[in-house]
Design a protein around this ligand. Structure first.
Ligand code: ARG
Length: 460
């Protein structure tokens, strides 16, 4: 709660006989977190001041005073100085207006905090979405580099977390690449959703001054204006679009985190995490734990929770500005920070990690589908082929779990198609993978093709 207090100095104080109750003021005060929007607020105000000047509402001297005041503030912030807020400041908009001194008194003509805050938030969401897309790009580049380094190394591909078919390790890594490619596209799309200026909507009905809102939007780097001033101040869809795009991306980080935890465990041993991204145990001296990957999994909840929270804030709101909308900012700040940190961390961790593909043994039971496919190519109906190979699996399991345990006679008793010549090829896991040669398959040639598509997608 602010320590000193003076209600009459509020920017809206004129019609009030009483200052706000300190409890209410503290409850509604947002400057402690919305000060983060100061750079956007200043840019918006610079554009608005220029628009007032162009419309002849303020004269040259007033316009210059505003411009110089705003630019000086922006420079101080850019140099790392904190916004000098006082206990009386309610939000960032009021604080900046106060800091401008007497010049600031002219600034708010033709504008409401309703369109002002909406503008700030559009700029923030657009820039944040672009920034996150850039960080996703960095993670994708790290995944791509690892996939390329893995060449034709094999590992078990799993379904139900049970060994299923041999795949290239690079193919597994690239599966994550494409998830993050979709995320990056979604984030860029979310940036487009925020690429519209609400300024000029005023409180809700549209500014009553002859402002060229398209010119102001353009000056701010925004491509469009809202066709409806009421929608302009009510809309937070663009924030939800970003929140959703970020949630899905956080979810993918969480899944990758789970994968890394699994792969780093002794029974797998598919990834060696760098020490710098691992933790030890306070009790067990031998431990090296994948805490970073676990936190990726754990933190996804924050992002998704904030998305759901914001959906709840918005679901019952009537038209135009209501104070509930103030809840949007902390939600997006947490989303943007959490996801940004996670993307950066994961890219760095993966860059420094070593993958140790386990390979797949000759005659491994994961070749069963290969054997069935072979029989199909010999004209056997698939259901019969499945059954016949099932018999071979049963015998192999009884003898230690590898097809090489079956004799020539065992094979021929199952099917006359299982000649030694055919089996020689069928027992080789890399050849098995090479036959998965449809577009998007794990055949080395297809994985190379996939990798060049990935380069094209990233523009590297
Ligand atoms: N702090 C407010 C927010 O973040 C700014 C807009 C206030 N507008 C108003 N009419 N009370 O939403």
């Amino acid at each position: 709660m602010p320590d000193s207090f003076d209600g009459t100095s509020k920017i809206w104080g004129g019609r009030f006989r009483q200052p706000p109750d300190p409890r209410f003021f503290a409850y509604g005060r947002s400057v402690e977190w919305d000060r983060r929007l100061a750079p956007q607020d200043i840019r918006g105000s610079l554009a608005h001041a220029a628009s007032l000047h162009a419309a002849g509402i303020i004269d040259d001297a007033q316009a210059r005073a505003l411009r110089e005041g705003l630019q000086a503030l922006a420079q101080r912030l850019a140099a790392g100085e904190a916004l000098a807020i006082t206990a009386q400041d309610e939000d960032v908009h009021g604080a900046i207006e106060r800091l401008l001194g007497p010049a600031g008194e002219y600034l708010h003509a033709g504008r409401s905090r309703n369109d002002q805050v909406a503008l700030d938030f559009h700029l923030f969401c657009k820039e944040s979405a672009q920034g996150l897309a850039g960080l996703a790009h960095g993670l994708q580049a790290a995944l791509l580099a690892q996939a390329e380094a893995l060449g034709e190394a094999l590992c078990p591909g799993m379904t139900h977390l049970q060994e299923a078919q041999p795949v290239l390790f690079a193919h597994q890594i690239m599966a994550y690449f494409w998830m993050f490619e979709r995320d990056r596209r979604r984030l860029l799309w979310a940036a487009d959703q925020a690429d519209r200026s609400p300024l000029g909507a005023g409180a809700l009905a549209g500014a009553g001054l002859p402002l060229d809102t398209r010119a102001t939007a353009k000056a701010l780097g925004l491509s469009d204006v809202y066709p409806n001033s009421i929608d302009a101040v009510s809309d937070r869809d663009f924030a939800l679009d970003l929140a959703y795009a970020a949630s899905l991306c956080a979810l993918h980080l969480s899944r990758l985190g789970e994968e890394i935890v699994l792969w780093a465990s002794r029974p797998f041993d598919w990834i060696q995490l760098p020490d710098a991204f691992s933790s030890g145990s306070s009790m067990m001296p031998q431990k090296k734990n994948p805490d970073a990957a676990e936190l990726l999994r754990g933190r996804a909840g924050r992002v998704v929770g904030r998305l759901v929270g914001l959906l709840m804030v918005l679901k019952g709101l009537p038209l135009a500005y209501v104070r509930d909308l103030q809840e949007d900012k902390e939600a997006l700040f947490e989303i943007v920070d959490t996801l940004g940190d996670g993307l950066e961390l994961t890219a760095a961790m993966l860059q420094a990690a070593t993958f140790t593909p386990p390979g797949v043994a000759q005659g491994d039971l994961m070749l069963a589908t290969e054997l069935a496919d072979y029989l199909v190519r010999q004209g056997v109906p698939f259901r019969q082929a499945h059954h016949l190979v099932g018999q071979a699996v049963r015998t192999a399991v009884e003898r230690g779990g590898n097809f090489l345990a079956l004799s020539r006679e065992d094979w021929l008793a199952i099917s006359s198609h299982f000649t030694s010549r055919a089996l020689g090829e069928l027992m080789d896991p890399l050849r098995a993978a090479s036959r998965r040669a449809v577009e998007g398959g794990t055949a080395p040639a297809r994985v190379r093709e996939q990798i060049s598509r990935a380069h094209a997608a990233l523009g590297v």
